[in-house]
Design a protein around this ligand. Structure first.
Ligand SMILES: C[S@@+](CC[C@H](N)C(=O)[O-])C[C@H]1O[C@@H](n2cnc3c(N)ncnc32)[C@H](O)[C@@H]1O
Length: 244
């Protein structure tokens, strides 16, 4: 997959969005603030979501496995940046979200999301397998779907497809099981992270990018892998799927 260079001015805007998004976590605990700052700055995912334009027209987003709500913070910050400028002329519009929901199994992450973003979005402790996606025109599952087993992944994608209107968007960042060492490294990072936070080593069910794309097609999506704007995200790949 090729890597597209982000011009210097765009890099400055990216840093401003990052600072705005991290600032939501300023009043939350220190871990939440530093984690937000580190992850938003170092992971190209958030810029990739913005530059893809996939969410531009979306109004009603649900984020499954939302963690502490970084995607919501990023999108709100991008909207504020768009209003107050500067904003690169060749960047797509950030979404104007009317309703945002997030669910995650981890109560501490949901507490952090609520403390930072509770005025803007609804965050619930819930298993993503049980979350009702009705009413959403955009669904995000970023680095979370591989924590449920293969049959459950398919059921979840079928549920999402049934809920989305035609043209509705699913953003899925997945672990690419065919990317060798970086894949194995990323999975061990996942396992160690979960062990440190929850005291358990999760079972992980991954596929190669072509297998994810095939599954998405079978579930009624048109899907493609998004090019990375910059940097590394281990073996993780952003897929953009639209309800066919
Ligand atoms: C690697 S983190 C990604 C968090 C967030 N999507 C982000 O990009 O910042 C994976 C998240 O998935 C959550 N998770 C794992 N299995 C889950 C499940 N069955 N239901 C809800 N959340 C789950 C974990 O608690 C964790 O917060």
């Amino acid at each position: 997959m090729s890597v597209v260079a982000v011009p210097a001015t765009a890099q400055a805007v990216r840093e401003q969005i990052c600072a705005r998004a991290s600032a939501y976590f300023d009043g939350a605990d220190r871990f939440a603030f530093y984690f937000a700052h580190f992850k938003l700055k170092s992971d190209p995912l958030f810029t990739d979501v913005l530059l893809s334009g996939a969410l531009s027209g979306c109004r009603n987003l649900i984020d499954l496995g939302c963690g502490q709500g970084l995607l919501t913070a990023w999108l709100l910050a991008a909207r504020a940046q768009r209003r107050q400028g500067p904003w690169p002329t060749n960047w797509p519009e950030p979404p104007v979200l009317m309703r945002t929901r997030g669910v995650d199994l981890r109560a501490t992450s949901i507490a952090r999301a609520r403390a930072a973003l509770g005025e803007h979005a609804d965050f619930q402790v819930q298993d993503l397998r049980d979350a009702d996606c009705s009413g959403a025109d955009a669904v995000a599952i970023l680095d979370a779907l591989h924590f449920i087993d293969y049959a459950e992944q398919r059921q979840r994608l079928e549920h999402i497809r049934a809920c989305l209107p035609a043209g509705g968007v699913l953003l899925l960042r997945i672990a690419n099981a065919s990317s060798g060492f970086s894949y194995r490294l990323a999975r061990w990072v996942d396992r160690l992270n979960d062990f440190a936070r929850d005291g358990r080593i999760p079972h992980i069910s991954c596929r190669s990018v072509p297998d994810w794309l095939t599954l998405l097609r079978r579930c009624g999506f048109e899907a493609q892998a998004q090019e990375r704007s910059s940097g590394s995200s281990f073996a993780n790949t952003l897929l953009i799927a639209r309800a066919a």
